[in-house]
Design a protein around this ligand. Structure first.
Ligand SMILES: Cc1cc2nc3c(=O)[nH]c(=O)nc-3n(C[C@H](O)[C@H](O)[C@H](O)COP(=O)(O)O)c2cc1C
Length: 177
């Protein structure tokens, strides 16, 4: 258990990357971790575009510099674009709720699995929620109506410093009864 908690505590949003490519095998392991993530009705409403082509990576980085944010992802070696796909829920549930109702939750589970798998392999990640969707559709050859969950920057961290976590206390968030 302590190994797992260490992993969770070590994972942090990395915004400074070393000039070192990420091995394709490590990226595949990240997607394998996402593939194993739980989802409502096991509908797996996700797909992933892994960008490690050195010509395309800087273009994806630029697409995250929306509203003047995210300048630092220029140095990331790869990006994993997490896409929301149509969820097929079991009939009894479908009668009561919208088919995409669980999807955001499912995609969050998959995203976190990717980040932890990356951390376990010595990689840094940062989940990016702000990006130019239209530009990404053009760059990745996706239909304009494609739904996105997030983009994840991936690379070797430029340094090993683990920042102190800014988090609510256990007392604030949990009740044991
Ligand atoms: C849905 C989501 C969107 C995020 N978007 C961005 C972003 O656009 N740019 C960025 O630098 N960090 C982004 N982050 C990272 C958060 O700022 C970060 O997770 C939070 O401050 C906690 O810090 P830590 O990840 O280092 O523990 C995002 C995180 C999540 C979960």
């Amino acid at each position: 258990m302590s190994d797992f908690l260490d992993l969770c505590r070590r994972r942090q949003s990395c915004r400074d990357y070393a000039d070192r490519p990420v091995e394709r095998e490590k990226l595949i392991n990240c997607i394998e971790a996402a593939r194993m993530a739980p989802s409502g009705c096991n509908s797996q409403p996700w797909s992933f575009v892994v960008v490690d082509n050195p010509q395309l990576v800087p273009e994806v980085a630029k697409s995250t510099q929306h509203f003047g944010l995210n300048e630092y992802f220029e140095k990331a070696s790869a990006f994993i674009v997490v896409l929301e796909e149509h969820a097929v829920l079991i009939k009894r549930i479908r009668a009561f709720i919208d088919s995409q109702y669980f999807a955001r939750h499912d995609l969050g589970c998959a995203t976190m699995s990717i980040c932890l798998a990356a951390e376990a392999q010595g990689l840094g990640t940062c989940i990016i929620g702000v990006f130019d969707r239209e530009r990404l559709c053009e760059l990745l050859g996706l239909p304009r109506e494609q739904r996105f969950a997030c983009v994840i920057a991936v690379g070797y961290p430029a340094n090993d410093t683990v920042r102190p976590k800014v988090r609510k206390s256990m007392e604030e968030i949990a009740k044991f009864i």
